[in-house]
Design a protein around this ligand. Structure first.
Ligand code: CUA
Length: 343
């Protein structure tokens, strides 16, 4: 603002004013675009968990430290270029000091500071144990509860704020990578192996995770919703997930439930409390409670559910669910109504 005010269009410098104005607008646009990438539900620079906060602190330490060291090196470069050659003794001092003593003094404390951040070296185990198994292109989530029972859901992770959780990451097919930037660092999900990721959310909110390893055609559509709640809300959610599916209420939902069996959906999907017990696709017992469909691809409502059933291969090419394009409009709507009512 001040620069634009200082330089007014005048007959002497007609172009200077417009040049400064254009440069300021361009700079403003660029910085807005850059900064907008640093905020939101999927940002490592806006940490909402203990692990992500430690990583963000490390990022800023490395950035500022790296900038200071770069300035020192540039200073030495100019010193070497413009100051007359010194005696051999002072030159060897520079080599010993700058080449050996300085890196040792900087890198050893950095190593001591960063080692405890490695997930495999964290000794505390979480009260809450959650297995996440990646599939092409969705996430199977299993809560292993203290009483020996378990709760299966998909594409959504609920966590209580302030409580330590232990994620056990594995893959059913190819290598995927689990990454929720707002809560923790990235970790690979490798077939035949279980990787452990401790996690402690510190802020209530909704965050977004994504697969961070190119795993195939649908990789870009493999997201995960993470909901961090207070303990009471989380407890209520978990208790509801433990229940079998609610009974059908309307004739349309009844028709949908019958179609679910007749159309072959139950061969791949399970709905606890019904005959459907397939395990190739996501468990749908409480699919109506989820915020999104198809691993974060669509908002969850009757319309998107119907669209997904009819055209899953168009919406997410390469996924394992065939498009059920043969269903008539009414049947499709009944099936979608039944599924979205599974709360
Ligand atoms: Cu799974 Cu990329």
């Amino acid at each position: 603002m001040c620069m634009a005010r200082q330089i007014r269009p005048s007959s002497q410098f007609p172009n200077a004013y417009w040049f400064v104005l254009r440069a300021r607008v361009l700079l403003g646009l660029c910085s807005t675009l850059l900064l907008s990438g640093c905020a939101g539900v999927q940002s490592a620079l806006q940490p909402a968990g203990r692990e992500s906060r430690e990583l963000a602190d490390l990022f800023w330490l490395m950035t500022v430290g790296g900038a200071i060291i770069w300035l020192i090196v540039m200073g030495l470069l100019f010193y070497a270029l413009y100051v007359p050659p010194q005696s051999a003794r002072r030159a060897s001092l520079l080599v010993w000091g700058g080449g050996i003593a300085f890196p040792v003094v900087v890198l050893i404390p950095l190593l001591i500071y960063t080692l405890p951040m490695m997930p495999s070296l964290r000794s505390e185990s979480g009260k809450l144990r959650i297995e996440i198994e990646s599939h092409l292109y969705w996430w199977k989530v299993t809560y292993r509860l203290a009483d020996g029972t378990s709760v299966v859901t998909a594409n959504e992770l609920h966590l209580p704020v302030g409580q330590r959780a232990e994620l056990l990451l594995s893959s059913a097919d190819v290598i995927h990578s689990f990454w929720v930037p707002s809560l923790a660092g990235k970790m690979d999900m490798i077939p035949g192996r279980i990787n452990r990721l401790p996690l402690q959310p510190e802020k209530i909110g909704i965050y977004r995770g994504a697969c961070a390893e190119l795993c195939g055609q649908g990789h870009a559509f493999m997201a995960l919703d993470i909901k961090v709640d207070d303990e009471a809300t989380f407890g209520a959610w978990l208790r509801n997930q433990q229940l079998s599916a609610n009974s059908v209420a309307t004739p349309e939902e009844q028709r949908g439930a019958a179609l679910f069996q007749e159309s072959g959906c139950s061969a791949c999907h399970a709905i606890r409390g019904t005959e459907a017990n397939g395990n190739l696709g996501p468990d749908l017992t409480h699919v109506g409670t989820r915020a999104t469909l198809a691993a974060g691809l669509l908002p969850n409502n009757v319309g998107t559910m119907a669209g997904w059933i009819a055209a899953s291969q168009d919406l997410k090419p390469g996924n394992k669910m065939p498009s059920l394009a043969v269903l008539h409009g009414d049947d499709l709507r009944a099936l979608a109504a039944y599924l979205t009512a599974l709360k």
